[in-house]
Design a protein around this ligand. Structure first.
Ligand code: GDP
Length: 475
């Protein structure tokens, strides 16, 4: 990546000639439009008396602050529900929102923001209410890791379906533990054991069978087993030992944001560290402002929000994007500066368009990578093709580059596949299937490579050639 000499000059606010001069003295003569390596950028900046650290996209987005371990306090887990359409995601979130609420009150609960919190056994769990793996991976593609635990919901009368498999692969690619909710056990045709058996094929194995995953049988509609499910989530959370420092300036991520006619910019944010207060000056992505008011998930005004708390905030001067990180500043001016800097960087990035790995650049990309891995997403018209390709891949020499199939399924190449590829730096291979218009546009936008084939040996040939840097450019 890096930046060109001209871009670095703009970022540092120094004449480009100064940089060219330093480069020359350092024995690296470069012209205005040539790009500099990250090391060179840091070196030149240092030479100019500036402390610059080139951050990777991940470093920049995760804002790794240092906390003294003694300041860390336990925080609630943040949970996302995923599963096949109609398997009961919405019903489950609904049932959860009614947990611990007396009968009479239940009707009065309105969902105010895109997240909710529930209390069980005196402990809190935060749910992100925009369920589904699409949102989850779209956030991850933007560098936000806001989910600690995934609840995979599978209808016991329907079993494992395509989006169940997608959800599993999206959660696995993100390294998030999965608790399985086997839903609709009240239905006559329900077969919870079959669900358990089917899931073993995807590496999701019940604890009672010696595996890693907790399974809970529920009925979202009849409110059966909901407490057990929440307790399982808390057990999983205990294993993760989730902690954060509440006594510092707040930071976190934007879950969703919109422009409201009467209220202006409205953003739902999840605090991941520190405590957010009304009156704080903050930057979210490229948006900046002072928190004018905050609402909790029930729509009640609050003065503060701590780690794992979702709140709706008013007062930003523009609308940030879902997945953007936010951060509070002591000094209002610093906040404004960062927002401006971000806007400038975004313009530069737009020019440079982050390119993902492709089969053609694989060898060069791998040359300076620490872990040499090729991530693949395989879509095909029949299951047989997937198996045949997987078989050939398994037989390939993987001593130099390890090949991971992070998702394989029958069906056309969709926008969700592209989002997963974007978040995981993967290449999409299609067999007898093509991308739809939306997928093609998304791939173009994100620089994700899609390769389509009609014969297996051709795909294997290409991957094998790419592995050793011998792939011929395509026509
Ligand atoms: P989503 O598409 O995953 O959000 O699924 P929904 O929550 O909208 O549920 C789909 C359908 O299944 C709805 O008609 C629900 O009433 C029904 N449903 C959800 N959970 C249960 C359950 O536990 N038992 C029964 N019998 N029906 C359920």
């Amino acid at each position: 990546q890096g930046a060109t000499v001209a871009q670095l000059a703009e970022l540092l606010g120094v004449p480009a000639n100064d940089i060219i001069k330093r480069l020359f003295l350092l024995g690296n003569p470069l012209t205005l439009t040539e790009s500099m390596s990250d090391d060179l950028i840091e070196l030149v900046a240092d030479d100019l008396g500036r402390d610059v650290k080139v951050m990777t996209k991940e470093e920049e987005n995760s804002f790794t602050f240092y906390d003294d371990p003694k300041d860390l306090k336990p925080r609630p887990p943040v949970v996302t529900v995923m599963g096949h359409v109609d398997h009961g995601k919405t019903s489950l979130l609904d049932a959860i929102r009614h947990t611990g609420v007396a009968e009479g009150e239940a009707g009065g609960i309105t969902q105010a923001i895109g997240a909710s919190q529930v209390k069980i056994n005196g402990r809190t769990i935060t749910f992100i209410d925009t369920p589904g793996h699409e949102t989850f991976t779209a956030m991850r593609a933007r560098g936000a890791k806001v989910t600690d635990i995934v609840i995979l919901i599978v209808a016991a009368d329907d079993g494992v379906m395509p989006q169940t498999v997608e959800s599993i692969n999206h959660a696995k690619a993100a390294g998030v533990p999965i608790v399985v909710a086997v839903n609709k056990i009240d239905k006559p045709g329900a077969d919870p054991t079959r669900v358990r058996q089917e899931l073993t094929e995807y590496g999701i194995i019940p604890e009672e069978w010696g595996g890693q995953n907790m399974f809970v049988d529920i009925s979202a509609k009849k409110h059966i087993g909901i407490d057990n499910l929440l307790e399982a989530v808390l057990l999983e959370a205990d294993v993760l030992e989730l902690k954060a420092n509440p006594d510092t300036f707040a930071s976190g991520n934007v879950l969703e944001a919109k422009l409201d006619r009467g209220r202006g910019s409205v953003a739902t944010v999840l605090v991941t560290r520190g405590t957010l207060h009304v009156g704080d000056a903050l930057v979210a992505g490229m948006a900046y402002g002072r928190v004018r008011a905050m609402l909790d998930p029930k729509g009640n005004p609050v003065e503060t929000a701590g780690p794992s708390d979702p709140v709706e905030i008013l007062g930003l001067q523009s609308v940030p994007m879902a997945g953007d990180e936010f951060r509070v500043f002591q000094d209002d001016r610093d906040a404004r500066d960062l927002a401006d800097q971000r806007a400038l960087k975004a313009r530069i990035e737009e020019q440079n368009r982050v390119k993902h790995v492709t089969l053609e650049n694989l060898f060069d990309t791998m040359a300076d990578a620490e872990v040499k891995e090729l991530n693949l997403i395989i879509k095909a018209d029949v299951q047989g093709s997937i198996e045949a390709l997987q078989d050939s891949l398994d037989k390939m020499d993987q001593s130099e580059v390890r090949i991971n199939t992070i998702h394989a399924a029958v069906g056309a190449i969709t926008e969700t596949d592209v989002t997963l590829a974007d978040a995981s730096n993967a290449i999409i291979i299609g067999f007898g299937v093509r991308p739809d218009a939306k997928a093609r546009a998304a791939a173009e936008r994100e620089g994700v490579e899609i390769r389509t084939y009609s014969v297996i040996y051709k795909a294997i040939e290409d991957i094998d050639a790419a592995r050793i840097g011998m792939l011929k450019p395509t026509e």
